[in-house]
Design a protein around this ligand. Structure first.
Ligand code: 5GP
Length: 171
């Protein structure tokens, strides 16, 4: 098996700093609740929040999709829910990758139903070629080709999350 570097550690760090600069501006004078989507977004979430200079609270959520996740009938099951109430709070959902869009569309709707002050989305990656559930990504680090990527939090059968870069896996 081989892993080709697709986005280097440095490219990722530079882009995260740019996103954080924008988030710091947009939420100046406000408090932000950052909700990382487990497991894939743990590294992105950790790196993003340490570049924020506004007051931040951190929570996590995990979901899995089942059924035909490439169609609108796909379902998302909440595997781990938030520990705190979000009513009246500004929420930033942080996702690793928006592929079909089903997971994040469902999570955004779920959090939106809990009466937060606002819900925005930050995603490390977006694969437009596979998107069937359109969702606004307020802070997107990278748009990528239709390739299966690993590393920097993203796995292949549970492995490679620890890689500090994003790579393309090949047998
Ligand atoms: P969606 O609901 O948008 O179709 O799926 C999103 C989830 O699928 C992501 O959170 C991620 O776990 C997984 N996924 C989609 N594309 C990739 C990919 O290229 N690499 C990896 N490792 N996971 C992916």
């Amino acid at each position: 098996m081989a892993v080709d570097v697709y986005l280097s550690e440095e490219e990722i760090a530079n882009r995260i700093q740019q996103l954080a600069d924008q988030i710091n501006k947009d939420y100046a004078g406000k408090e932000l609740t950052v909700v990382g989507v487990l497991n894939g977004a743990f590294m992105f979430t950790a790196d993003l929040i340490r570049k924020l200079n506004i007051p931040v609270e951190l929570d996590f959520i995990a979901a899995s999709s089942y059924g035909d996740d490439t169609s609108s009938s796909g379902q998302v099951k909440i595997e781990w829910d938030l520990k705190k109430e979000i009513k009246g709070k500004h929420i930033l959902l942080v996702e690793d990758i928006v592929d079909t869009g089903l997971t994040i569309k469902s999570l955004k709707a779920l959090l939106g139903s809990r009466e937060p002050a606002s819900v925005k989305l930050a995603s490390l990656l977006f694969k437009p070629a596979r998107n069937v559930h359109p969702v606004d990504i307020d802070y997107l680090a990278f748009e990528i080709e239709d390739k299966f990527v690993i590393g920097y939090g993203l796995d292949y059968t549970g492995k490679y999350r620890e890689l500090p870069y994003i790579g393309i896996y090949s047998e």
